[in-house]
Design a protein around this ligand. Structure first.
Ligand code: BES
Ligand code: MN
Ligand code: ZN
Length: 484
């Protein structure tokens, strides 16, 4: 999808869109052939210009029949993005090619928010369809933003960079597990070097040397080799000493291993790498907009399979940190991958702040449904920053507790800890497990995104399927707190 800022509406436009408010709808001067009829028709359809409202009709503009769309604008940027998303979703497969969104009346950066929302909402993956009728496939290729103020035009490259990050995340999350596995995940991220990102990859031999017994134990039942991927972006030119580390769970498929999952719904576990996907997308966004910050993205990449060589319930593994773990349930694999990734991140990059993202527990969906990611943190300061970034970005998080009472629930009779706790508080004991690998003084937050990575219905800035959760949140966290 191409976004083009244009002073005037191109002649071949086949969709003309207007973003209006409750306040200006009554006397908005629509540049269409019959502006008053348009207004009256919209009113009859209960359109008043309120946030979230929209209206479509076919009527003449400059003597040609075109689709006309009205959307209601809210005050918040996230509402404005939603309005942009609404425009594209109404006509994406309609046969129309070019959309013109009139922006002459839109102040500041509102037009950029609308374009951003439309661009994000337009992403879908159609490449595996070979027989789908053309009428069900996207036809829109260009969105023209007409007459926007310079402010919107000026900030656009920044928005476009973040959108490209979100797109990478959606792509990685949507691809099936026969296509995206640890090695191919790394290859899909290689192009980030073109943006100035430095990539480091550890293979199994190197991870064995480093003693990553927890991560390697998860991958040992798979034919696919495990990988650790690090993506370093330093936009400060070496000025910032300690980076922000972003660490993602990248289980490219989670069968549960020997503690195998039921068949129904197991296909969903192709997106058990959503944390790693969000980290890769965020790095793309940050480098794409040349963020003035030092950030390292780390992805622990494994496939969790049952096999003659797979680890068994009851096995004891030794993590890189030296702490031993009794693997009670091979399906609680994410924490085993993350504990080595978190430890390696701290040893290698000495971060001041660290945020991990993981589709870690089904229990977080029981707690929060699909509305918020669960946030766990040892730092009120970092938690507050993430809360603020969540509100501003539209990737919502809700803080959950951690503490000593939960920590003791994962003590083991044979090793330093076990990888599952009792039935209650499953998301919290998972977070407690990770907490045991955080060094003193490191400000850390864990986001359990099991409920927010994948959706069964379209949302403001995503089609159904991959939501791209995390990229807008982390980009915002960096923009508001880590840039000089
Ligand atoms: N990847 C799953 C968590 C998950 C469940 C993500 C549903 C998305 C949707 C994770 O590896 C897992 O299997 N967790 C177990 C932990 C349990 C064995 C303690 C779970 O949540 O059931
Ligand atoms: Mn699992
Ligand atoms: Zn998993």
């Amino acid at each position: 999808m191409e976004i083009i800022f244009n002073p005037v509406r191109p002649e071949d436009t086949d969709v003309v869109a207007f973003a209006v408010t409750k306040a200006n709808f009554a006397d908005y001067n629509f540049p269409v052939d019959h502006p008053d009829q348009l207004r009256e028709t919209a009113k009859l359809a209960n359109f008043e210009g309120g946030a979230g409202q929209s209206f479509l009709l076919i009527a003449p503009v400059d003597g040609r029949m075109v689709r006309i769309i009205l959307v209601g604008l809210g005050d918040k940027p996230t509402d404005q993005q939603k309005a942009g998303g609404e425009i594209i979703s109404k006509v994406q497969t309609s046969g129309a090619k070019n959309i013109a969104i009139h922006a002459e009346h839109l102040e500041g950066t509102i037009a950029a928010e609308i374009a951003y929302g439309a661009l994000l909402r337009s992403w879908r993956m159609d490449k595996y369809f070979t027989t789908k009728p053309k009428s069900e496939l996207p036809t829109v290729t260009q969105i023209h933003i007409i007459g926007a103020p310079a402010a919107a035009n000026d900030v656009w490259p920044r928005y476009a960079a973040v959108a490209q990050g979100v797109e990478l995340t959606k792509e990685l999350v949507t691809e099936p597990a026969n296509i995206i596995y640890p090695e191919s995940f790394v290859e899909r991220c290689r192009h980030l070097t073109e943006l100035g990102i430095e990539i480091t990859v550890l293979d199994e031999a190197e991870m064995t040397k480093l003693g990553m017994g927890a991560l390697l134990g998860v991958g040992q039942g798979s034919r696919k080799q495990s990988r650790m991927l690090a993506m370093k972006w330093d936009g400060t030119g070496g000025k910032q000493q300690r980076p922000l580390c972003l660490v993602g769970k990248g289980v490219t498929f989670d069968t549960g291993g020997i503690s195998i999952k039921p068949a129904a719904g197991m296909e969903d576990m192709k997106w058990d790498m959503g944390g790693a996907g969000a980290v890769a997308g965020t790095m793309k966004a940050l480098a794409g907009r040349k963020a003035n910050a030092y950030v390292v993205g780390i992805c622990g990449l494994v496939e969790n399979m049952p096999d003659g060589n797979a680890q068994r319930p009851g096995d004891v593994v030794t993590s890189m940190a030296g702490q031993t773990i009794e693997v009670i349930n091979t399906d609680a694999e994410g924490r085993l991958v993350l504990c080595d990734a978190l430890h390696w991140a701290q040893e290698t990059y000495n971060p001041e702040y660290m945020v991990d993202l993981a589709t870690l527990t089904g229990a977080i969906i029981i707690s929060l449904a699909n509305e918020y990611a669960g946030m766990f943190s040892n730092s009120d300061e970092l938690a507050d920053k993430l809360n603020a970034a969540a509100k501003a970005s539209g990737d919502p998080v809700w803080r959950m507790p951690i503490g000593a009472v939960y920590d003791k629930m994962i003590n083991s009779d044979i090793a330093d800890m076990k990888n599952v706790g009792p039935r209650g508080g499953g998301s919290i004991t998972a977070a407690q497990f990770l907490h045991r690998f955080i060094k003193d003084g490191v400000k850390w937050a864990h986001l359990d995104i099991a409920g927010t990575v994948w959706t069964d219905k379209p949302g403001a800035t995503w089609n159904k399927g991959a939501s791209g959760f995390g990229v807008k949140l982390l980009d915002r966290l960096v923009a508001d707190n880590f840039e000089g």
